[in-house]
Design a binder for this molecule. Structure first.
Ligand code: EPZ
Length: 422
């Protein structure tokens, strides 16, 4: 396993380019299963989760090509096996996104239950209940979801008990192939869901209500896309760069982003006193360092609320605010593992249930710390950049799952950060 050694405190400068969105690329790659011919993609980020997805598709019989440097992928969807095995799905929960396309296209699927992860139990009961509403027979046995369609997939009205991003995505795949109309109530509005729905519409699907909590899908034939699918920029990576710029009080330019997807994140940072300019029709952010930050009360929520995937980053930044802040994690039941690591650096944080209370400003001093999950690992790197002395962040494979070469991008901005094998 690799670790990162960070010398701090460090000021950064320059411009950084945001990579393609992991949480957009994954559902779009699994969508290739719906087609008969090659599907090409551009701006695919170079991440472990992409590697795992391509491996999963290959195990199903698909052909895959990946130009890692160029960010181009091609999938030849020659599916032979409808199995998504535990050995791959346990590495990446998004493997559950094989379920919808296999059921939609082939009428059958055997997909491993993803199992929990550091941030929570992560059940998929909403996916299963919704599929049953469309006439899919679903049994869960020995850690696998066995799904089969006897006869036809028939559209239905579905109400999700809670907003679920991949649950909505799985039902988009199936709804476009079902007969008649499917209505998803309490659907997810995340930009990644909209990107998937707009892609399917470009292939002949009839999906309306994308970006709202009510999505209507008319089933019908799909046409293989004739142009490469463009992966949109990663709004969470962009938000992470803003938090790094603010924490290190660096004037950084963040390019190839889409600020229209970052409204709640930018509003929270500005409420803290940050000066952030939006340039070039919202594709570029310019962060201007400010001396002091105001404390904040922030709650995570489904889009367009403040994203849970940015919770660790803003919590770390709030350690520098002058006063008491509170962060409420409303989406996942165990998403404060980074707090214990931050406390090792000197953070003054108390956890009470799903509420973190932060006293600032805290003086961070470097120490060995350990990454526990994808987004938390980014906040620990951020913390190392503002800690006095040396910080070693171990288990950074979590980081490599979701951020394309974050340490290399930081070095180019002047960070004293090296990657070592542990
Ligand atoms: C997606 O996960 C993202 N992953 C997550 O990003 C993100 O944190 C999450 O949405 C919330 O925005 C991908 O898109 C690949 P959910 P997902 O279903 O779809 C409960 C990252 O760092 N729930 O929206 O798995 C669930 O436990 C990852 O990139 C059920 O109870 O999340 C959670 O409390 C981390 N039963 C809440 O709903 C279900 O069947 C939201 O989960 C489904 C979900």
């Amino acid at each position: 396993m690799d670790a990162l050694i960070i010398e701090g405190p460090t000021q950064l400068s320059g411009s950084v380019e945001v990579s393609g969105s992991k949480n957009s690329a994954l559902p779009l790659l699994f969508a290739s299963i719906l087609f008969n011919d090659k599907v090409c993609y551009e701006n695919i980020p170079r991440l472990w989760d992409i590697e795992t997805t391509l491996k999963l598709l290959e195990m199903m019989g698909c052909g895959t090509e990946w130009d890692k440097e160029g960010g181009r992928v091609a999938i030849i969807p020659t599916v032979k096996s409808k199995l998504a095995p535990y050995e791959q799905v346990k590495k990446m929960r998004a493997g559950i996104l094989a379920l919808g396309p296999l059921v939609a296209k082939y009428g059958e699927a055997k997909v491993s239950l993803p199992g929990g992860c550091a941030i929570g139990a992560r059940p998929v009961n909403y996916h299963i209940e919704a599929l049953r509403k469309l006439g899919v027979t679903v049994e869960v046995e020995e850690g696998y979801i066995h799904a089969s369609v006897v006869g036809k997939l028939v559209g239905a009205e579905i109400l999700f008990p809670e907003v679920t991003v991949t649950g909505t995505e799985n039902l988009l795949y199936v709804g476009v192939m079902a007969e008649g109309k499917t209505v998803l109530q309490n659907a997810a509005c995340e930009p990644e869901v909209v990107a998937l729905g707009e892609f399917l519409n470009s292939c002949g699907a009839k999906i309306s209500g994308l970006g709202t909590h009510t999505i209507t899908i008319e089933g019908g034939p799909l046409v293989t896309p004739s142009h490469p699918v463009q992966i949109p920029p990663d709004r969470i990576e962009a938000g992470t760069w803003v938090s790094i710029a603010l924490a290190t009080r660096s004037a950084i330019e963040i390019t190839r982003c889409d600020t229209s997807q970052m409204t709640s994140v930018l509003a929270a940072f500005r409420q803290m006193g940050a000066k952030i300019e939006e340039l070039n029709q919202g594709t570029c952010l310019k962060v201007i360092p400010t001396e002091r930050y105001n404390p904040l009360h922030i709650e995570t929520a489904p889009y367009p609320g403040f994203p849970t995937d940015m919770q660790a980053q803003i919590l770390t930044l709030l350690c520098m605010a002058e006063g008491r802040s509170t962060v409420v994690e409303s989406i996942f039941e165990n998403r404060f593992m980074h707090v214990a690591e931050l406390q090792r650096l000197g953070a003054k944080i108390e956890i009470n249930g799903n509420v973190a209370t932060i006293e600032g400003p805290a003086k961070f001093r470097g120490a060995p710390i350990m990454a526990t999950d994808l987004r938390a690992s980014a906040c620990l790197v951020l913390a190392g950049l503002i800690s006095k002395g040396t910080t070693k962040v171990s288990r950074i494979y979590h980081l490599d799952r979701g951020y394309q070469r974050l340490d290399e991008k930081l070095r180019r901005l002047g960070a004293k950060i090296t990657r070592v094998a542990e």
